[in-house]
Design a protein. Sequence first.
Length: 133
Amino acid sequence: MYAEDTFFQLSIPARTGLTILSAVLALLTVSLGSLAYRRLMRLPKRLRLIARLAAALALLWSFVWLTPQLYYTYYQAVIPRLPVQIVIQSPPGPARLAEILTLTGPRTLSEHSKALLGWMLIALALYPTRRRS
């Protein structure tokens, strides 16, 4: 399925670096989600779940919108002569997030990784946490 993915066109050291970058960005995003979810426990009980799910979608939205520039910067470091440019586009709409989460978009490693991150954020939002006193 991923044989033609650009990831496999990189050298092994470049793939390793890209994997590390992706893992760090995912961990940062999940950590931000965890922190946000704990803070949202201060809301009235009837609003907590909705607020936590909204936060999960907002984090995924931010990730999908802003990380392409970080990835492009990485690609500039490993691929000679890539031009300096801004690759961030308009923020994704709800249909784009739905496409990612339902795996109905492009069949790439990047898209499926975004879906995995999105479902992890949603699962963590649904996971009950205790409010500290």
